[in-house]
Design a protein around this ligand. Sequence first.
Ligand code: HAM
Length: 427
Amino acid sequence: MPNFAALPGFRDFYPDDLAVRTHIMRTWRSVARRYGFEEYDGPPLEPLDLYTEKSGPEIVQQLYNFTDKGDREVSLRPEMTPTLARMVGARAGGLRKPVKWFSIPQLFRYERQQRGRLREHFQLNLDIVGEPGVGADAELLAAAIDVLRAFGLTADDFVARVSDRRLLRALLLHAQVPEERLTLVYNIVDKLERETRDAITARLSGEAGLGDTVVEEVLAIFRHRDFDAVREAYGGIAGLGEEIARLGEYFSALDAMGLGAFVRFDLSVVRGLAYYTGAVFELFDARGELRAIAGGGRYDNLLKQVSDADLPALGFGMGDVVLRELLADRGLLPRAERRLDAYLVAITPEERPEMLGLAHQLRDAGWAVDYGLRHLGVGKQFKNAAALNARRTVVLGPDEIADGVAVIRDMESGEERRVPLADVASA
Ligand code: HAM
């Protein structure tokens, strides 16, 4: 037998799996709408250079790209942000600002297989374009937190780790990191949580070529574990003070919304993508067992790189893979829903024409109805009704047909009623 299993990292969604996915997407949509975001979509296949320039090395290594039959270099979308930037940019003049859009694309990345990372995933994207103020940053993080709260998760289950690229940049420059090595240093400190201090130190001096005192200064920055400590240490320094004040405003807004308990300042959150320019955040499970649930931040320069519009922007992406693991772990996945309003039972093959007529009439009225596709014993039909989780059975036998009625039986209470055939749909 040839092996026709799904490709590594790609999922088959059997009905139970799809029910979970539907639950996740429904919750995503409802919170996005609550926050006033409008849904959009773009093409799953894009020109390759939309990503090679903009997304940064981590994603570019993972592209599903190829040359199409018209000799175009193309790629499956690994993320939504460049598409969003292109789309908003193309119509920027005609759109009311701030633009608040959301989307739920399926994305493709040729990732190393590991827990929580597949080669396709669905990702909720919420983005705001056209608002430079910190109020938008706070609103965006609040939306991300409220999405998780809508699943029943609490501050005991997850945390938002927040940093700011501009502040980090200013701090690193203050520590005498040369401007041209900033990106290198970002990529190294991004791994602070996952690598040992010694490994980080070695990379800072080896890969980034920083002298011992600069390495010491850089590591000192990350020893400040909370925002007040950073404010205390650097708040008075020119070029740093205003960055710290702005971030302070961001935290105050989240406190005012009652979401302070979900938020933690953590400068080591850098984000792998190249285009972020301001506040960035990642959501993690509180026990630190899983990969990131969501990530995002401000990217004020991306629109002008992919369009003629120069607009500030910010957004986040939340994948379905880690979220599903977390919900399963906390017992927050929905239980199987009742699927059928009625299962129709014919006592003998003679009632099948009436049963077919009734099934059609009930379905026209919006009921979810099923019946045996060939005649089976009555016991077997009732078993099937139970197995399919039917709310009720509607039984037709020779006596019922003679009287022009059906027997409606509530499967939970066992209660039975004789109802005229014409009235079943409204019963
Ligand atoms: P990202 O951090 O690359 O950001 O992805 C966001 C989230 O998508 C991750 O936290 C994770 O939940 C999920 N995710 C990413 N890759 C995978 C994978 N291979 N398997 C399963 N889940 C995955 C972005 O993509 C940005 N474009 C988000 C954004 C929107 N920034 C601004 N607007």
